[in-house]
Design a binder for this molecule. Sequence first.
Ligand code: PEP
Ligand code: MG
Length: 748
Amino acid sequence: MAAIRKAMEGTESVQERLDDFVAAISTSIKVDVASIYLIRGNNNDLELSATQGLKKSAVHNTRLNHGEGLVGHVALTAKPLSLADAASHPLFSYRKETGEDPFKSFLGVPILRGGRVLGVLVVQSREAREFNEDDNEELLTIAMLLAQIIIEDERTGGKKAALKGITLAQTKPETIRGKAFADGLASGQAMLHIVPLSPSERLSKDIEAEEARLEDGVKILRASVDSMVSGEAASLNRASKEIYETYRMFAYDRRWVGRLREAVHSGLTAEAAVERVRNENRARLMKARDPYLRARLHDLEDLANRLIRALSGENITAGQKVLPNDAILFARDLGPAELLDYDRKSLRAIVLEEGAASSHTAIICRAIGIPLVGRADGILDFIESGDPVLVDGESGIVNIRPLETQVHGFQLRMRIRGEVNKAFEAIKDRPAITQDERHISLQLNAGLVMDLPQLDQSGADGIGLFRTEFQFMVSNFMPKLKEQTDLYRQALDKAGERPVTFRTLDLGGDKILPYMDPVPEQNPAIGWRAIRIALDRPGLMRYQLRALVAAGAGKYLRIMFPMVTTVDEFTAAKALFRKELERASKFGADLPIKIEIGVMLETPALAWSINAICDHADFVSVGANDLLQFFFAADRDNVRVADRYDPLHPAAVSMLKDIADGCRRNDIPVSVCGELAGRPIEAMVLVALGYNTLSMPAIGIGPVKSALLALNAEKLAAYIKPLISRDSRLSSIRQAVHKFCLEEGIPV
Ligand code: PEP
Ligand code: MG
């Protein structure tokens, strides 16, 4: 390894570096030939790029087609190949110009970077020698170092240093289409959540000490996995127990640990050994079509990452990293705690290979305004740390190493967004009053402490929907009574005079808690969720109502129940609240000075019971996301159908009108929460239908207010009236409303 260490020291160009490496290898492993073949171009040809022992004239002249010969086979399978008599192998392909006839034995290993094969490192010798496990290990180690160093050379050395016609680091612009999980545009440089080791951290100085470190690390890892399975078993559900069992199986897998030991024995640091074995597994498993096997890859990688953290003495479950101030974070997946570990001010955007719109990470990103693109399949194979990146959280498109024209276009869009935001900022403190003097209350949808600053930033008139389940979803354990009370109190304090409407837990459906057993259901959205769970198992809701009563002491407390279908359900939930109030009063606690209990109108059945529900509810809040998914029978989370029906379909609009009319007749305040209310066109229609309170995500408030300030609501109401009659043949009134806005000069 001494010769290799020397070859790692500075040289001018990638070619010189390769020449140094082959020379060092032939002395280190005592072979007659050492050659490097690198993949060239998009057709995956392999080109002889450096050699010690074959004819130098063949360098950059000899090429093998994709998969051709023994070298091609190694590249294709990403696995080492060792043969005592190479020429007798059926795949052997003889190239006269290299002068390789006298060499019998062959050992080839893939040169891997991440899971990508960059080329093949080959040694050959005259005698029909059996290469042993140590030779194999040593060559794999050298191949890994080689990959990193030459890529670094190329990146830092520019054109002068690069190899002719071959680029190792990726330079091609790539456009990857993912799913937009959190809105926003960002431009910056890529940062990998799992950072590769630097070359100096790879070669060990003392093999024995390194072996001891590895054993210690494995012990810590095993202990932590054991405690995941057993120690916290009481609070684990079946699904996570199964995952942890798989982890345990890998952590105790003798072959995995055996390969780590071999890698350390060949001269790597323990961390580099883990990384190398991880890359080999990755290269192999990425070729697997079987989704089960690919999922195992994720488990194994997670385990490897934990082991690296255990080795560096870091907390095994959390990472803390410093970022450049324009960082775009790339990861396979990211938990909410990991996300919150990063300095938010430097984080411009996040891109994940996995993730889901309803994941906790997505919820947090939306709350703190960081664009998030998920399901960007395979993106980690295209990205290197430091690559320039554009992330479009509107469309889910990620441009890696973008062309100049793409950068210009994107910057223009960012500037326009910035200007528009400035215009919204200017009207932040103005009340939303329409041209015909209607005062509209624009409120915020929130749920986490980190949402609260947006109350002031957006100029909202209150919190119209506080989704209390978010607190439950972002923690690993059930929040205690005090934690719930603290959160509700903070929301009320921050809002001051402005109203806050707490929605009781809306769990079930796709909102699964990591610490509760999921109940398998065919149709979770119309299954055992929200108030249905609360009434069947009242313990959890009573606990929550207790926290709400405590937080509301001396204040104005507004509570609403989700997913109510019948009036009975609502009165039963109200009775539970009354019990908690009586309990607090019996204990002599301070009580809220004013209480209002409302209902979320999210089912068509309740829309048809408007008079009856108005007899019992202090207010009605239309949960349009759910109401419309049930109305159209179209799953809001299913991308194939979610956008199939326009909320501005005359049938939906006339239902919304009936609800507003019904509430007005009964003199009950009515509002709309849900995404619909945060979009200017829809918001104007709602106001025209008679809604005076709209609750929406923070980014909706500026655009909605600016549209409402220019709107004559009565005029729009008259304009849409004939369009939404039962005779209407339209599938949406959107275009008509657009036309109205154009004629009226309303900015949308
Ligand atoms: C709704 O359904 O419109 C709503 C606001 O509730 P959620 O989106 O949390 O289901
Ligand atoms: Mg809902």
